[in-house]
Design a protein around this ligand. Sequence first.
Ligand SMILES: C[S@@+](CC[C@H](N)C(=O)[O-])C[C@H]1O[C@@H](n2cnc3c(N)ncnc32)[C@H](O)[C@@H]1O
Length: 224
Amino acid sequence: METKAFFESVVNEYDDFILQVVPTYPDLIWALFYYLPQDLNPKHVVDLGCGTGNITQAVHHTFPQARITCVDEASGMLNQTAKKVDPTHLNFVEAHFNDLMLPPERFGLVVSNLAVHHITDDEKQALVKKVYDWLAPGGVFAISDGFRAKDEALHQRELDLWGELVLDAGMDPKDWAEAEKHRKAHDLYANDRDFCQWCLEAGFASADMVFRKGVWGVIHARKA
Ligand SMILES: C[S@@+](CC[C@H](N)C(=O)[O-])C[C@H]1O[C@@H](n2cnc3c(N)ncnc32)[C@H](O)[C@@H]1O
């Protein structure tokens, strides 16, 4: 099943599903916001791959004055986001990241949680360049996602850890086997060092992994 069709099919179960399948989900959201620069006060924010709006909601809570542009290729997901946050604070863009066009130098923050690993590394690199253009000076790209470790042995250990955490949290092994099929079909993790390097090559003044637990990590890049 294509990624778009998959997410359209899980709109109603998504919030329960993601907490089961990614036990570190609350930690990632915490780190995504906790490590933002203290002086950041964006008036315009983008949420790339907003899903059912959990990150949009956290952005609205953190920056209540900000207008948030919610991007997702799955229209059902955008509809869920509109139920979670008062839509008068939101713009909605139904688009694949590869086709996404936004105004240059408009946004103080571009945020993304668990979405960019659905495109290839070349597509990610092109997206990083576009994000750089959309950000105003001083703006931040904050992304939490799956990343490959520096070598394959460590990456495999991290995948094993993921399985242990999921099963320890009580997921039925059959459901985990299904989820692993989804991972193998849809997930394309970039090496975290490559991702930071793409940010620097795009022009960001800094790019750092600010949090990591197993496969999942948070990278913040800031435009000068
Ligand atoms: C795992 S969900 C994450 C949703 C939300 N960010 C969260 O933290 O719960 C991934 C979301 O990204 C969207 N997505 C995946 N690939 C995409 C692409 N290439 N272009 C636009 N949206 C995409 C999916 O439709 C889905 O809603």
